[in-house]
Design a protein around this ligand. Sequence first.
Ligand code: W6P
Length: 391
Amino acid sequence: EDVAKLIQRFSRYQQSSLSIEQFTTFGKTAKPIESLQFGRHELPVRLAHIIREIDLLPKNLLKTPSVELVRSWYVQSFSELIEFQDEQETDEVSNRYTQSLMHIKQRHDNVVETMAQGIMELREREGDGAFHPSIEYFLDRFYMNRISIRMLITQHLVLFGQDARSSKSNFIGCFDPTCHVASVVEDAINNAAYLCEHYYCAAPEVEISEFNAVDLKKPIQMAYVPGHLYHMLFELLKNAMRAVVEQHGSSSDAPPIKIMITKGRHDMTIKISDQGGGIPKSTIDQVFEYHYTSAPEPLKAGSAAPMAGYGYGLPLSRLYARYFDGDMQLYSMEGFGTDAVIWLKALSAEASEILPQYTRRTPKNYEEVRLAAQHCRDWSSSKFYGYGSKS
Ligand code: W6P
């Protein structure tokens, strides 16, 4: 059976979305062999679903060297994993599988950069007109798939790989079953403030408050991936701090950023409020676009990380929020400031992976995204030339 046929077959299998509860119970009890049995099926299924979707990209993008390279990585990893289908469940095979996952993870390290490059190549060649709204739709699905695959691989490697974490931490792979939200918030504040001071010689004050509606006396904790939460908070805080410093200068009487952390029966919600002058309603959606071009060039100091140029930071952060069925949104009052809100599922059984799935209808959905962009022209306005707000 050739690889194209196998990809087709595996793209027809249902993916198994796992909840945080399932990740943590599995992580506590499973043996390497069981992880092999799960992963050697589930990983090729998830790879196949997204390979089918890569193939729906407009031809001029699909044919760029970068996108062809990315696609070849996915096919290569798929082929390597398929080899484990008919293997015996021995320790030797299990070790080879773990090795193989290490290599696959490395192979895909630069997917985000390489995919971004393909899109830039296309734009340079064909201008913004080639910039299809279906690309935004694709990238959200593509990167969500990548987050999910890397999660499965990382869990296997952290639990069963060489430097499997010592048992004294109560982490289960990359999950902290009792993640203390305020501590992650403080980490993110400290690192964002450090960057902000580097660029602007000042950083605004931050005030944190907490309301635990479920247990008034206890600090807010939940089962989550602290790394994902940190990523989202760091991104939002960099943006909030930059807005405040650019609005108020580095004077010490700049209004503080206020963070509210709450927990109800279903949601853990974090709101970050800045008085950094806000952004117009018309640009809120663009802030979550990949390659949002109208943003100022990100400030760079040598090779240091840029301080909040809207690059991929915000759209990827929103995907992390959505990955376990949460969300992220911005509410802005132009001239005054912005509230950024993160909602996460407080119950580990309700926090289930949200995965893009390839179905018979997926090609039609892409067509509909294209049509929707046309349909916005049935409200007459001068801004509906070209695709959406891009031109
Ligand atoms: C702004 C723009 C922004 C993006 C994300 C988070 C906070 C803020 N504040 O002015």
